[in-house]
Design a binder for this molecule. Sequence first.
Ligand code: RUQ
Ligand code: CUA
Length: 621
Amino acid sequence: MKKWIPIASGLLAGFIAATITFADFSAKTNTEAASSNKSDAEKVYVPFGQKDDYYLFASGGHSGQMFIYGVPSMRKIRTIPVFSQDSATGYGFDEHSKKLMGGYTWGDLHHPAFSETKGDYDGKWMFATDVGNSRAAVVDLETFTTKDIIKVPNTAGPHCAAFVTENTEYMFLPTRFAVPVGQKYESLDNYSQNYRGVMSAVTFDEKNVKLNIAYQVALPPWSYDLSDAGKKGSADWAVMTTYNTEEATTTLEVNASQADRDYIVLFNWKELEKMVKEGKYEDVDGQKMIYPEKQKGGIYLVPVAKSPHGVDVTPDGKYFIASGKLAPAMTVFSFEKAFKAVENKDFAGERNGIPILNYKSVMEREVNPENALGPLHTQFDDKGMAYTTMFISSEVVKWDPNTGKTLDRVPVQYSPGHSVAAEGDTVSPDGHWLVALNKIAKDSYLSVGPSHPESMQLIDISGKMKVIQSAPVDPEPHYAQMIKADKIKTINVYPKDEKNKDAVYKQNDTKIVRKGNEVHVYGIAMRSRFIFDAKAKRPDVIEVNEGDHVFIHLTNIDFDEDITHGFAINSYDLNIEVQPGQTNTIEFTADKAGTFPIYCTNFCSALHQEMNGYFLVKPKQ
Ligand code: RUQ
Ligand code: CUA
């Protein structure tokens, strides 16, 4: 007795101390907490039982998926399958997600974007685009699952997206690769005449959870790279960078870097919306296509230094900042000056019928931090200060958009593409944290052979910038967005859906129905058994004939958080998942006769190994 009392009270004291420290920490503002004397290790350490302050949604690049991390711990929490199949969750196997994928097996997910209300992330939806197969997707943040995907016609690789307008009215999807409208065969000799760089204005119908293409714009056959929507005073406008205005059709590495200037496309989406309403467009296979040389207005070109990459709007909506990629400079442009130039028709000619604004009239300042090379993307903190990643000089440079003065810089390992600041694309960024998304992580982690993982490095920006944590990441974090954790409200279980004819919630309602050579199974998964037909001699067996077309509708009736079941048929290359309360369908042809075990793939209880059955396929005579 005497022995454990002091230990217990010691533990208790420790626990109280820990609680106090935590409460103390959360009461302080980010900046205060970070500028306290905590060591770097303490700043990133999130003890077991406590949660991170931010979610980081990182693009998974050509994995086709989205990766979720916690900040500041940099712990990976989840992968959300979006554009590629994922057997861990059955994504791309069950009927719903198979349909969403539209027959494609992979994607190249670039820029994730949260839905916004009044220019702030609202924590409801996440959008993303697929450069690989020209699609756009929306992810539901109640369940962290993909809810809709659309194929975007007339474009090839909507790299430049997704960036949403202030109230998620639109996300704009400009194309990286020019193709002929309709993507029909066309000789590259006719590139300038017949190829186009089409931009799509995509809307999201929240009620029906559907993405739609409102209209498209047939821009010149250039490569559109990155875009951003205006904010506050510039909210009706959007900007995007473009390169290969040389219209080269081969060896772009050399041929698209000839001209000293390319452009930023500046457009007023309210005006384009009006044009569409007035019927100023052409019908192209059911798409409303604006041809800027014929339907004039609303679109302008701003000259910018050679082959720009990123373009980012400041949180106050006053400026847009272009990064030079092949020029060592960032160029700050003023929206107000641009509006004036538009009003006064202060043009320096036109291309393809689109007026070019006078560079000098719109440019606010050129910023050229000493020895900084390869500026790509800019993020902002709570004071409106800018952070630009330098791909070639491998660093992040902090500078003041109002003066152009360099304020701070920090090396990262190596070659950062984007960086992401806490709530960094909103009208009110949080400051404190910035994560550099590095393309090359050579020798940062234990070796895994010739190809290394990429890395994300956490930078404390509350005082002098300092890299304080680093995490390996699968290819490839093109971009990420960071949201305050308490903005996301997930559900615990899927609610019962009595209207769903495929759902079965009572054991006695399970059944196997045959219609000709179609077999429908209405089954249940529960701890720790499958019930496909409660009245059968063996309720966990499905028996069909070779060649039958089989539908298995499976409902997880464990309305209990985190009790997920899987459903796999051995050697049939099939696996789906049913989360608590969820109903999923799998459809296939029983083209192999034989005896095939069925089993639950997701560990669900002590008797998970017992959760199995048989799929028997009687051979044809
Ligand atoms: S891009 S590394 Cu795919 Cu966003 Cu600039
Ligand atoms: Cu159900 Cu394992």
